[in-house]
Write a protein that binds this ligand. Structure first.
Ligand code: ATP
Ligand code: MG
Length: 258
């Protein structure tokens, strides 16, 4: 049942935390080169689903395939090695380091240089460092943050910190990015810049799975949307269909905390 257009298949994944069914038999596929968004009220199971895809949590049932390779049961670094990279709901940047050094961490995590090598300033490791910069500088330029390369990350606006986070993820050349609430804490202007960056990444041929509460962002940039509520998939489709879906309208207008 392999389909060349499909990059990820999520098949009946379940997660229980004690008696709580946080993710309840969720099944969907992600087409290659699209932005697919996962929406739903607080506690719907969105982050838990990301954690299961990226190897941070083990599903109680079900499987995830990436390019027809089973990735459930793999460690986060093994999933990343396959080309699936996640960002976190709370930024995990090193605030006291420069933009450049933060993004270089993404490159190093690819396993090319290794921290130990880097500690010994051998000609080989200096060459690697030059390769690393040659990889990273165009990414900073492409995301419009090249002027900030020597700035300490902690001094940047949230919008620019999000861009650094994207740059760090791109440094390891992933084919799929999982973004968990990238617009959280951003103002309208910063959100619009983020939207352009995410679309640009998609237009490079990468696939994006996005968890986001900002509905105008989701409706603007998503090719497809999955809606979760209490762990269950309650709708799936293109943005215009999701906007009309009665069940979705009910949980968003009548629900709490969304
Ligand atoms: N490690 C855990 N142990 C126990 N319960 C958990 C754990 N992680 C998540 N949960 C619970 O599972 C449910 C789903 O949580 P999850 O974080 O996946 O929701 P979410 O859709 O990402 O919500 P939000 O929009 O607030 O980020 C919630 O009821 C949450 O309290
Ligand atoms: Mg979450």
């Amino acid at each position: 049942m392999s389909n060349a257009d499909i990059i990820m298949r999520i098949e009946g994944i379940d997660k229980y935390f004690g008696g709580l069914h946080a993710v309840d038999s969720v099944t969907f596929t992600v087409k290659k080169g699209v932005i697919k968004s996962v929406i739903g009220p607080n506690g719907a199971g969105k982050t838990t689903m990301f954690n299961m895809i990226a190897g941070f949590e083990t599903p109680c049932n079900g499987q995830v395939f990436f390019n027809d390779i089973l990735i459930t049961g793999k460690k986060p670094w093994q999933v990343a090695e396959q080309g699936v990279l996640r960002t976190f709901q709370n930024l995990k940047l090193s605030n006291h380091m420069s933009v450049m050094d933060n993004v270089l961490l993404g490159w190093h995590s690819l396993g090319s240089a290794g921290f130990l090598d880097g500690m010994f300033s051998s000609p080989a490791s200096r060459r690697e460092e030059k390769n690393a910069k040659d990889t990273v500088l165009p990414i900073l330029e492409w995301l419009n943050i090249i002027d900030l390369k020597d700035s300490e990350v902690g001094n940047l606006s949230f919008g620019n910190q999000r861009a650094v986070e994207l740059a760090r993820a791109l440094a390891s050349d992933p084919s799929m990015l999982l973004l968990d609430e990238p617009a959280a804490g951003l103002n309208m202007h910063e959100t619009a810049d983020l939207a352009k960056r995410i679309e640009k990444i998609r237009d490079q041929g990468r696939t994006i799975l996005l968890v986001e509460h900002d509905m105008s962002l989701v409706m603007d940039i998503s090719d497809e949307i999955v809606v979760l509520n209490f762990g269950q998939k309650i709708a799936e489709g293109i943005p215009s269909d999701i906007q009309k879906n009665k069940e979705v309208i009910r949980i968003y207008l009548g629900g709490d905390g969304a």
